[in-house]
Design a protein around this ligand. Structure first.
Ligand code: AMP
Ligand code: GLY
Length: 423
């Protein structure tokens, strides 16, 4: 079986390491992959957004199954283009990927089907948005409609900040066309939970829950990043909460997409906030989360390729998807300075006695040496019988993945740990 995975970050490395456990795989390609992924798959220098290039490669190399992991190619229709050549895929088609590609679409979907989310208004006219802000309660949340590399959300504490955010999106177009339309929404409070779910439009199978740490610095301070670490499961996500989410959010979302003629097949990511009034959807993503995948997939017991093939075939109902009754912690090693400017080109070494899983992201091969080449460089995941054990192990191993300007948060999992002690 020849399999290709589109993408080149830590999430894709985690998918590749898990998929490789399937014994029927003879060839495994990553497009484009990265210098670290090259240890586990054949990396081919075709960009994740180069849909024609991906399809040509898949056809020429007689690929049997494709996994499209990042948002951009999904929103651009990579799955439609591959399926048109009879290549089965894991991932939603373009019509379904809009659930992430347009926040206006997803907010309207939730309103129409009564799926709980923050109250909101949509604006395509800047003056209307600015005048609405004068009456909106603070803090207020401003979101660009389209994809914005996870940076299109501003939480404004003052009217001045809110106005500046609207102007930068709508007038200065800092996110390009993604900001031509903005959403202004109610500010919610409560613990955040990420739930990734397999779905084929017939059933929805949530994976083990997780908690991301988006801020750059300890104590949830500093700038927002793509994610500095994760733990799974998330102790705030009790069985009771899970039942409420299944009834009010997961199944209604699957049915809503079916009713809209946009059946979603793939991994649907629910970004939830557990507010005092109950769970609310903060965002949908049409893909696995990064770095949630780096803690969720290591706990998956069932063969990943089998699950993905079942999703693609609409036969997820026939599979038992099982997870280990354990805990995982992933600490992201970044280049110091990220998400701002940072130095790159420093050699990355992994100590011989390293005892975890390492998933590479911003890493490339340079003269046969692996060097840092991005903000988030690697994720180190360890598993334990308890959350405390998983965290302790991750921190004992993370120091063994080093380069001269390596930086990582020291408190990944601490909030979960205090919550777990209360529950
Ligand atoms: P998103 O890119 O939609 O995940 O938003 C980034 C982060 O902004 C989320 O993880 C939340 O922490 C925060 N956020 C987004 N929407 C809201 C909201 N309505 N109320 C409070 N916080 C929010
Ligand atoms: N960790 C957040 C995301 O993947 O969007």
């Amino acid at each position: 079986m020849k399999v290709l995975v589109v993408g080149g970050g830590g999430r894709e490395h985690a998918i590749i390491k898990k998929i490789k456990q399937n014994p029927t795989i003879t060839e495994l390609y990553a497009l484009p992959g990265n210098g670290g992924i090259a240890q586990d798959a054949t990396c081919v220098n075709i960009g994740a957004k180069d849909i024609d290039g991906i399809v040509k490669f898949a056809v020429n190399n007689k690929i049997d199954f494709a996994v499209v992991a990042p948002d951009d190619p999904l929103v651009l229709g990579a799955v439609d283009a591959l399926e048109a050549k009879n290549i089965p895929c894991f991932g939603p088609n373009k019509a379904a990927a809009i659930i992430e590609g347009s926040k206006v679409f997803s907010k309207q979907l939730m309103k129409k089907y009564e799926i709980p989310t923050a109250a909101y208004e949509v604006f395509s006219d800047m003056e209307a948005a600015l005048s609405y802000l004068k009456t909106a309660p603070l803090p207020t949340v401003i979101k660009a409609d389209g994809l914005a590399l996870g940076k299109g959300v501003v939480i404004a504490e003052t009217l001045e900040d809110a106005e500046a955010a609207v102007r930068s999106m709508m007038e200065d177009k800092i996110f390009g066309d993604s900001g031509s339309t903005v959403i202004i929404e109610e500010f919610l409070t409560g613990p955040e939970v990420s739930v990734l779910a397999f779905t084929d439009g017939d059933v929805v199978v949530p994976m083990v829950s997780s908690m991301d740490h988006k801020r750059a610095l300890d104590g949830d301070r500093g700038l927002n990043t793509g994610g500095m670490g994760t733990v799974a499961p998330n102790p705030f996500y009790t069985e009771e909460v899970a039942d409420v989410c299944m009834g009010t959010i997961f199944l209604p979302t699957m049915h809503a997409m079916n009713s809209e003629g946009r059946t979603f097949k793939g991994c649907l990511y629910f970004g939830l906030m557990l507010t005092p009034k109950g769970p609310r959807v903060i965002e949908y993503n049409c893909r696995f989360g990064d770095p949630e995948t780096q803690v969720v997939l290591p706990l998956l017991k069932t063969d990943l390729l089998t699950v993905m093939q079942a999703v693609a075939a609409g036969k997820l109902r026939d599979i038992d998807v099982e997870f280990e009754n354990k805990h995982a912690c992933c600490v992201i090693v970044a280049s110091s300075g990220y998400p701002g400017k940072y130095e790159s080109g420093n050699e990355i070494t992994v100590a011989e006695d390293f005892g975890g899983e390492v998933y590479f992201a911003g890493a490339k091969l340079q003269e046969n040496k692996l060097v840092n080449a991005g903000g988030r460089v690697a994720g180190v995941t360890c598993i334990g019988d308890t959350l405390q054990q998983a965290i302790d192990k991750a921190y004992s191993e993370v120091a063994k993945v080093s380069f001269s300007n390596a930086y990582y948060r020291k408190d990944i999992g601490q909030r979960a740990l205090s919550a777990a002690k209360e529950v």
